[in-house]
Design a protein around this ligand. Sequence first.
Ligand code: PLP
Length: 380
Amino acid sequence: MVKAEEVRRTGKKILYLNIGDPVKYGFDTPPNVKNALKKAVDAGSNYYAASEGVKDLRQAVAEKENSVNGAQIDPRNVMITQGISEAISFLMGAIVNPGDEVLLPGPSYSPYMTYVKFFDGKPVAYRTIEDRGWAPDLSDLVSKVTARTRLIVIINPSNPTGSVYSRNELSRILEIAASHHIPVAADEIYDRIVYDGAFTSLASIAKEVPLFGLNGFSKTYMMTGWRLGYLYRQDPGDEMKDVWDAVQRISRVRLCVSTPIQLAGIEALRGPQGHINEMVSKLKRRRDLIWKRANEIPGLFATKPAGAFYLFPRINEIGHRWKSDYEFVTELLRETGVLVVHGSGFDPMYGKDHFRAVFLPDETILTEAFDAIEDFMKRH
Ligand code: PLP
C-alpha cells in the first residue's frame, strides 16, 4: 500500500486487487443491518456489554453454527470479538506458551503466524498441494507433529488460495488430531462464499476432538469496518476448559465489543439472508473470468478457487526474469498500476513464486487489470 501510494502520486491510476474487503468494491452492508445499528444507538444501547458478548448475539451465533454448519455448541461457549482478528489473538494468547508449536496451513492468512510469534510460540507450516487444488498434504502434516504441538489450524475456505477442503480431508485431519490429542481450530469466515458444491464445516464432523471455531460478519454480511466476529468452543469432553477460562480472562482486559454493533449483528444473523446468494453469484462470474484470463497468460498458472474471493497464480519466471515474487509485484505495480500481494507474505516457503489477486472488483476493472497483467507478461 505504501508503494502504491508513491506510484499513485506520480499520476498513475492504481487498480487495487489487493485487499479482501467487499465494502471497498461496492458490496454494501445490508440495509436492515444498518438500520439495526442506528436503532440501537437511538434507543440508548450505548453502554458496556458483558466481556463475552451480548447474550442474544451469543445465542444467535450458536443457532447459526448449529443450524447452518451442523455444530453442537452452547451459547456459553461463544465469545464475541472485534473481528476474527481479535479471536486469533485471544486463542493464541490462551493456548501458546513460549516454545509451543502451532501447525498452520502453508500458505495461510498471515495474522495466524504473527500472533503465534507474538506469544513466543513457533508457527509451523504444513504443506498444501497446488496441483491438487491446494489440498492439505496430510503426510507432511503428520510429520510435523511434535511433543510441543498445541494446535492444528485450518482455514477453510482458504485465504489466500480459495481451496475448499473435502469432507474426507477434514476427517483425516481430525484423525491426526485425535491420535495425538491435539485440539483443532477452524477459521470458516468464508463458509457461505463457496462456488462449486457443498461446504463441510469441521464442527459437523469433529465429534470428540476439541474444536475452536472462528467466524465473523466481515465477509458474509459486509461489515468489515464494524469489527465483529466470534470464537466458539465445541468440546464435549471439556478438555479445553482451562484454555476457555484464559480466553475469558483475556477478554475482560478489553472490556467489551461495541454494544450497538453487537445488536446489529443479531439482525444480521436473524434477518433476511438473500444478499448472500446475490453476492455469491456475482463473485462466481468474476471468479470464472479471472481464472480463465490468468491461465491464458503465458507464464502464469492458477488453480480454480472453489471458495472465498482470491486467485493465487504461480509465476513461472521467478528465479529467472524476477528474483522473487516480491520483485514481481513491485515491478507490476510500477509499470501497470495493478496492485496485488506477493505470495511469500502468506508463507515464505509454500506461498513463494505466487501472487494473490482479489476478484471482488467488477468485471470492467478485472478485465482492465488482467489486460495490463497480460501486456506486462508479454513484454517481459
Ligand atoms: N480470517 C481470514 C481467513 C481472513 O481472510 C480474514 C480477512 O481477510 C480474517 C480472518 C479477518 O477477519 P475479521 O475482519 O473478522 O477480523
